[in-house]
Write a protein that binds this ligand. Structure first.
Ligand code: TXA
Ligand code: MG
Length: 353
């Protein structure tokens, strides 16, 4: 049985001059120092923080999320000096990237020091480290004075939370607190990079694009996520999914009229159909629920709104959702990576036979 605990909501205005003196930040820091777990906003998504040096706190993170123990956590810091107590070495390729993108939505995996708990790294020889730039995340971590392990603050398998309300939906009664600092900015998680002397591998595409990475490193930048990205389609509900809404999601490619024919045919079999559309297309579909995730001409807005749009379908009665696809340039790589995972590889190509 999971314990049912009191979840304290703490509000903070990220624009106040001296965040460190805010009661919410002080309270959150105190809870973290007492090995409790607390959610707070970062510039990507809300994180569920715990003292990275405490097995007790780490165990609470895994329990609250229902996260498989073999999935390692990212440790968040506010000062590069904190790297000295976590990692053995920072290769030059990583140094260049940290200088360019920290604080920001970049996680690097580096050789971990022996004393760091294998609960954090899931037994790997590397540890993922990130220095966030969101003022509330910075204030909480600095005030706690600890490296803070923080996965996204969702139940495992669900879309990551971009508001405090999303966190509460998933984790109310399972965590000590939620610091509400408003909606996050980027909306998709950080880019995770493995930095070696000869090459840089993108383990997860995210807020920092491949193009931006290639601009600062001279080494080859390899995509390390494509092979893990596409899963073979299986029966709905039989597959382990990530970032997933409750209804079954399909990615769909084809002309608007083909997609509409498919929606109508599914409705005739009794399905309640949701369509994940864009500003440009939303008025042209006739489905049970049509939600726009932003304008095609502005992929940053689509990235910011993707998870909240997926979650909005949970408040409707749709039984299946069809999503348009997006070009994979820039942040589009991260958008499509998350959509493919949400769909568990289900993809329809609709055309005339
Ligand atoms: O933007 C973000 O990164 C957010 C915010 C809260 O900072 N955090 C986040 O954490 O997305 P999480 O736990 O949901 O995702 C961490 C990802 C997982 O895919 C995990 O497998 C990978 O990073 N990861 C962590 N440490 C790793 C390591 N040492 N080697 C390879 N992958 C690692
Ligand atoms: Mg996550």
């Amino acid at each position: 049985m999971e314990e049912n605990i009191q979840t304290t909501q703490m509000f903070v205005d990220k624009y106040v001059d001296n965040l460190a003196s805010s009661t919410a930040i002080k309270k959150a820091a105190l809870l973290l120092q007492h090995q409790q777990v607390v959610a707070f906003p970062t510039e990507t998504v809300y994180g569920l923080g715990g003292n990275a040096l405490s097995d007790e706190a780490i165990r609470k993170i895994f329990t609250a999320k229902g996260r498989p123990a073999d999935n390692p956590l990212i440790v968040h810091i506010t000062d590069e000096a904190q790297l000295d107590e976590l990692v053995d070495e920072v290769p030059p390729s990583a140094r260049v990237l940290l200088d360019a993108f920290w604080p920001g939505p970049l996680t690097v995996t580096l050789p971990v020091q022996k004393h760091v708990s294998s609960f954090v790294t899931a037994g790997l020889s590397t540890i993922g480290v990130r220095m966030p730039r969101h003022p509330v995340a910075k204030a909480v971590i600095a005030e706690a004075g600890l490296p803070i392990a923080a996965p996204s603050a969702n139940r495992s398998g669900r879309p990551s939370p971009t508001t405090a309300a999303h966190v509460a939906t998933d984790l109310q009664g399972k965590i000590a607190g939620i610091v509400d600092g408003g909606p996050t900015g980027i909306g998709l998680e950080s880019t995770v990079l493995h930095c070696e002397h000869q090459q840089v591998t993108i383990l997860r595409p995210g807020g920092i694009t491949r193009q931006a990475i290639q601009e600062v490193v001279d080494l080859p930048v390899i995509d390390g996520f494509t092979s893990l990205d596409v899963q073979t389609p299986q029966a709905p509900g039989m597959k382990y999914r990530h970032y997933a809404p409750q209804a079954v999601l399909y990615l769909v490619e084809g002309s608007l009229s083909h997609i509409q024919q498919h929606i109508t045919a599914r409705q005739e079999t009794g399905e309640k159909v949701g369509m994940l559309a864009t500003e440009e297309s939303k008025d042209r579909y006739d489905a049970d629920v049509v939600l726009s995730t932003g304008s095609r001409s502005d992929l940053l807005t689509i990235s910011r709104q993707l998870y909240s749009t997926l979650r909005r379908f949970d408040d409707t009665n749709v039984t299946e959702i069809y999503s348009e696809v997006f070009p994979e340039d820039g942040i589009g790589a991260a958008i499509m990576n998350r959509l493919r995972k949400s769909a568990g590889g289900r993809r329809l190509q609709l055309s005339d036979r």
